[in-house]
Design a protein around this ligand. Structure first.
Ligand SMILES: C[C@@]1(CC(=O)O)c2cc3[nH]c(cc4nc(cc5[nH]c(cc(n2)[C@H]1CCC(=O)O)[C@@](C)(CC(=O)O)[C@@H]5CCC(=O)O)C(CC(=O)O)=C4CCC(=O)O)c(CCC(=O)O)c3CC(=O)O
Ligand SMILES: NC(=O)C1=CN([C@@H]2O[C@H](COP(=O)(O)OP(=O)(O)OC[C@H]3O[C@@H](n4cnc5c(N)ncnc54)[C@H](O)[C@@H]3O)[C@@H](O)[C@H]2O)C=CC1
Length: 206
């Protein structure tokens, strides 16, 4: 059974990462793009994680995990190399209904990390239900090689045209047609039209 891709706003959400090795680092780098408030607890953190702490991107505690560390966390990643510790943390989270990602044990996870392609507000997450991270990674690279880096800009201008359409075009059917027209123009033009140009174009075609 595939996993449902909830897309969540995690900006300013307090979260906990336990462990300070390369796997914790990869999860941290991914999360940082989405601006949660991150606390890391690790017996010994790698140099890159210490550097993130020095730059104020995360709060780092170099010591063993204690149960009270999960207090106040909206989600938890347990990335220690110790299976027993990871399992203990995921069980604690389960009891307290806190979503938990246990990097060494798909069965204990209540959420997985996807392979991610982001361009502005466009975000494509790929999961294989935990079966093959290598396939997820391959699919990410394939998608990345096929986009032209314009999706974020297209999404922005389409968002503005949509605001206009919601205000000024009265029926849902007409709005749908206008938005389809606007997208076609964006995809077919070498230089992306501005919001004003695009609105003029869809007005003319009404
Ligand atoms: C269940 C899940 C839980 C989670 O971590 O969220 C999980 C679990 C495990 N991964 C393992 C290994 C590897 N993981 C990767 C890479 C990625 N792993 C990611 C996600 C996930 N990994 C979740 C499922 C996602 C899905 O549904 O597909 C990605 C997509 C996202 C990310 O981590 O950021 C990222 C690619 C990002 C990108 O390229 O964009 C590579 C390849 C590499 O490093 O190049 C390897 C080595 C090859 C191999 O083993 O396949 C092991 C065994 C460890 C061991 O051998 O002991 C476990 C534990 C187990 O399966 O038991
Ligand atoms: N999900 C994924 O994408 C992948 C998961 N893995 C799994 O991830 C796990 C971690 O891998 P690495 O980062 O390479 O391991 P690592 O051994 O380099 O790092 C483990 C970290 O956990 C810390 N730690 C251990 N016990 C602790 C405790 N009680 N409290 C606080 N911190 C503690 C250590 O100090 C260290 O910082 C491994 O079990 C591996 O099987 C490996 C590859 C990919």
């Amino acid at each position: 059974m595939p996993y449902f891709p909830f897309f969540a706003n995690i900006e300013n959400m307090p979260c906990l990462v336990v462990g300070g090795g390369q796997v914790a680092l990869r999860k941290l780098e991914k999360l940082l793009d989405f601006s949660p408030i991150i606390k890391v607890v690790a017996l010994k953190a790698c140099g890159e994680i210490r550097e993130l702490a020095d730059r104020g991107m995360i709060t780092l505690f170099e010591r063993a995990f204690k149960d009270s560390d999960i207090d106040g966390s909206t989600f938890v990643i347990t990335a220690t190399g110790d299976r027993g510790v990871n399992r203990h943390i995921s069980q604690l989270c389960r009891q307290r209904h806190i979503p938990c990602n246990a990097v060494d044990d798909p069965e204990s996870c209540t959420f997985f990390f996807p392979a991610i392609v982001t361009e502005g507000d466009v975000c494509i997450g790929i999961s294989t239900g935990g079966k093959s991270p290598t396939l997820a990674s391959h699919l990410r690279k394939t998608i990345q090689s096929q986009t032209e880096g314009r999706l974020g800009d297209i999404c922005n201008v389409m968002g503005k045209v949509r605001d206009y359409a919601l205000e000024n075009i009265s029926t849902e059917q007409a709005r749908k047609k206008a938005m389809a027209e606007a997208l076609k123009i964006c995809l077919e033009s070498d230089v992306l039209p501005t919001e004003e140009q695009l609105i003029e174009m869809i007005k003319e075609r009404k």
